[in-house]
Design a protein around this ligand. Sequence first.
Ligand code: 1CP
Length: 340
Amino acid sequence: MPPRNQTFLQACRGERPARTPIWLMRQAGRYMPEYRAIRAKVSFTELCRSPDLCAEVTLQPVDYLGVDAAILFSDILVVFDALGIDVRFEPSPVIATPVRTAADVNALQWGDPHTELSYVYNAVRACKRALADRVPLIGFCGAPFTTLSYLVEGQTSREFEHIKGMIFSAPAVFAGLMENMTTLLCEYLRGQVLAGVDALQVFDSWAGALAPADYREHVLPHLARLVDFTRNLGVPLILFVRGNANLLALAAELPAEVIGVDWSIDMDQAVAITGPNRVVQGNLDPMLLLGPAALVERKAREVVAAARHAKAHIFNLGHGISRHTDPALARHLVEVVHSA
Ligand code: 1CP
């Protein structure tokens, strides 16, 4: 059965439903007391590996906020299970054995996501059952560069010195790693669609670490292969490349149905770049939700108005919601966008 609330999927197709659809990146998580209650009982890793708990957490923001789409509760870093590489969440991710040399890269064992990540596919099925066709379910993965940044740096990075060092000093090693990671992510996304997701989002959250020309040369061809691959999966793709306006123009060269816009650019400027035939998603600064309700209302209406020249608009934050957000204000934002 198709989801009863179709507004998100309509917007993905370029239609303009009566109400602007909205969901929030990282909408399930630590800002919600219901999430913290579950995390008091299980670790993040256990949670990701427990399909029924994933479904429960995935539905928390659907029930409380009234958003128009659910996003699978998981993490971009679970794919390392297909390489047999352990990630600890402390709560920031840490990989004890980062991959930095040609020898490290050659020693990697590329497993099959259909077996190693079957718990994610079980979580997709559990989410679909629990949603009972209320709203569509979004599956996701990290883009090849963002995913590899954790593998090479071993943790969240400010300067990205190890991965950029690899790009500039051993470009062929980096290219081989990107090639293999892209292939793994293609299969991983295919598995999510087979398990039932209604749309996909690819997060290139750390794209802004690279100068646009280097991004074009070393990253874009691999991302293009991933985007092309998803076009045959039969669900719309949202491509979120975070960094700056120059990267937005590069992302918009790829044939994703929806272009995610971060908060570093005003929405009308973003639409001027992506053009009148593109669907955009975004882009309220998530930290605005730490401010007063009246300001949130005004800024949210400004984003909706600024997106009117796009083919269609899915309202979202320009990056993930802050853990310090008052859930009631996030819920108010959903009402404001629905009535704008
Ligand atoms: O409970 C906890 O302590 C764990 C916190 C947490 C949560 C709630 C992590 C660890 N991941 C998640 C869930 C998550 N991560 C989701 C599903 C929830 C939802 O959207 O409703 C998604 C889509 C992600 C994606 C993700 N993980 C990204 C891309 C999006 C973004 O914010 O840019 C990235 C970069 C990660 C890595 C990661 N995992 C966890 C944390 C704290 C981080 C970010 C750390 C960093 O800044 O490097």
